[in-house]
Design a binder for this molecule. Structure first.
Ligand SMILES: *Cc1c(COP(=O)(O)O)cnc(C)c1O
Length: 385
C-alpha cells in the first residue's frame, strides 16, 4: 500500500540519535536547547518551546494565554480533534468557525460575522486557533486585524505548515499571532517520532510555556517567592505537566530540520505533477493563494460528484483496493460523538460538511516515486471516468 504520508530517515538522522544514546543525557540535556535555537532561527521567532507533541504544545499555549473555565475558544471544524480538545483541557468551551469553500481554511468573513454576533451576545472568544490546512496559511492578516478589533489572542495550529510561507515570511514567526504550534509526528513535514513546538515572540508567554512543560517547576530565582535554599532548590509555582521532549528526539529534529527546504521542494514538485496530470478530471484541485507558499503536507482533491457516476465512498474504496493509501482530512470535529454530546449537530458548519462529503487526501511525501504517482493518476482516471 502506498501510504498518504511517510517520513524520510537517512544515515545522518540515525547517526545523530546514536550519538545521543552514547552521551550522558537522554533527556534534559543540550540537544533540546539546540533544537529550539535552530527552530527559532528557521522560523524567525524569538522563542521556541519544544515538547512531546503538538497536542501538548496547544495545551500549554492555551494555558499560557490564560484560557480557563468560563472562557471561549474558537477553531475550525476542518481539523484534527487536538485543535479543539486543547480548549476543553483548560475547562474552557469551544466553538467553530466554518471554512472558506476555496481554501478549506477558517473563513475570515464568517469569523467577522460570528464576532459581530458574539459581541452583541457578550460571548466573545478569548483565543482563536486558525489551522493551516495541508500547509497553506490561513488569511492571517485579516484574522489578526479582527483580533485587534475584538480583543482575542491567536494560536496558529501550523502542525502541517513548517517550511511554508505567508506574505514572504516563514510560518512560525508569529507576526500575526501570539503563538504558533508545529507537529513533528512522522506524517508531518519533519519528524521527531512524537514531538511538537510552540514559537512566540513574547517572553512572558515563553516563560509560562516553559513552566507548564515541566510540572510548573522553576530553578530561576527571579520567579521564586523566596530566596533559594541552596543549589538543590527549586519551586513549583504553578500546576504543570511532564510534556518534555527527549534529547534523542531533539537530535533527530535538528538533523531533519537541515533538510526542511529540500523536503518542501520535493513535496511541491510532486504536487505540481498532480496539478498537471489531474487538471482535466472531474475534481477540484487544491487552490493556492498568491500570498501563501504551502509546505504541501497534504494533497487534497475534492470529487465533483455531479460529474461522477460513483459515490465518494466507492471511489475511496476503489483507490484503497488499488493499493493507494488514501485518507480523509478531516471528519469535521463537531460531527464527532464527543462533540455532538456537547450540543453540536449536523448542519452547524455546512461548508465543512460539504467538503467532508467529497474530499480525499492522495499520497504526497518526498520519497513518493514517479512510478507510484503515475499509478495513482492512472487509477484515478479509471475510477472517475
Ligand atoms: C497532527 C496534528 C495535531 C497533533 O499533533 P501531535 O504532534 O500528533 O500531537 C494537531 N493539529 C493538527 C492540525 C494536526 O494535523
Amino acid at each position: 500500500m502506498i501510504p498518504y504520508g511517510k517520513q524520510e530517515i537517512n544515515q545522518q538522522d540515525i547517526d545523530a540519535v546514536i550519538k545521543v544514546l552514547q552521551s550522558d543525557f537522554l533527556t534534559q540535556g543540550p540537544q533540546v536547547v539546540l533544537f529550539e535555537q535552530a527552530l527559532s532561527i528557521r522560523c524567525n521567532a524569538q522563542y521556541s518551546v519544544a515538547v512531546n507533541s503538538a497536542t501538548s504544545a496547544l495545551h500549554i499555549a492555551c494555558l499560557a494565554l490564560g484560557v480557563g473555565k468560563g472562557d471561549i475558544v474558537w477553531t475550525t471544524p476542518n481539523t484534527f480533534v487536538a485543535s479543539a480538545n486543547c480548549a476543553l483541557y483548560c475547562g474552557a468551551s469551544i466553538d467553530f468557525v466554518d471554512i472558506d469553500a476555496d481554501t478549506y481554511n477558517l473563513c475570515p468573513i464568517q469569523l467577522e460575522q460570528k464576532l459581530i454576533k458574539a459581541k452583541k451576545d457578550n460571548c466573545l472568544p478569548k483565543v482563536v486557533i486558525p489551522v493551516h490546512l495541508a500547509g497553506q496559511s490561513c488569511a492571517m492578516q485579516e484574522i489578526h486585524q479582527l483580533s485587534l478589533e475584538y480583543g482575542f489572542s491567536i494560536i496558529e495550529d501550523a502542525s502541517h505548515a513548517i517550511g511554508g510561507y505567508y506574505r514572504n515570511q516563514p510560518i512560525g514567526n508569529c507576526l500575526y499571532s501570539d503563538i504558533t504550534v508545529f507537529s513533528f509526528h512522522p506524517v508531518k513535514i519533519i519528524t521527531t517520532a512524537e514531538g511538537g513546538v510552540a514559537t512566540t515572540n513574547n517572553p512572558t508567554l515563553a516563560s509560562k510555556m516553559n513552566l507548564f512543560r515541566s510540572h510548573g517547576i522553576t530553578r530561576d530565582e527571579k520567579l521564586m517567592t523566596e530566596p533559594s535554599h541552596g543549589a538543590w532548590y527549586y519551586q513549583q509555582i504553578d500546576l504543570g505537566f511532564n510534556y518534555r521532549m527527549t534529547d534523542l528526539q531533539a537530535a533527530l529534529g535538528i538533523s531533519q530540520l537541515q533538510r526542511l527546504d529540500e523536503f518542501v521542494a520535493r513535496r511541491q514538485q510532486r504536487a505540481e505533477y498532480y496539478n498537471k496530470a489531474l487538471a482535466d478530471l472531474p475534481l477540484f484541485l487544491p487552490k493556492q493563494l498568491t500570498e501563501t507558499k504551502s509546505s504541501w503536507h497534504l494533497y487534497i482533491i475534492q470529487l465533483d460528484l455531479h460529474k461522477i457516476a460513483s459515490s465518494h465512498q466507492q471511489i475511496f474504496n476503489a483507490l484503497r483496493e488499488a493499493g493507494i493509501g488514501v485518507n480523509l482530512h478531516y471528519i469535521p470535529v463537531h460531527m464527532q460523538p464527543y462533540y455532538q454530546a456537547l450540543g453540536f449537530h449536523l448542519g452547524n458548519f455546512p461548508n465543512s460538511e460539504s467538503y467532508y462529503s467529497q474530499a480525499i487526501s492522495i499520497p504526497l511525501y518526498p520519497m513518493l516515486s514517479q512510478v507510484e504517482q503515475n499509478h495513482i493518476i492512472d487509477t484515478l482516471k479509471k475510477v472517475l471516468l
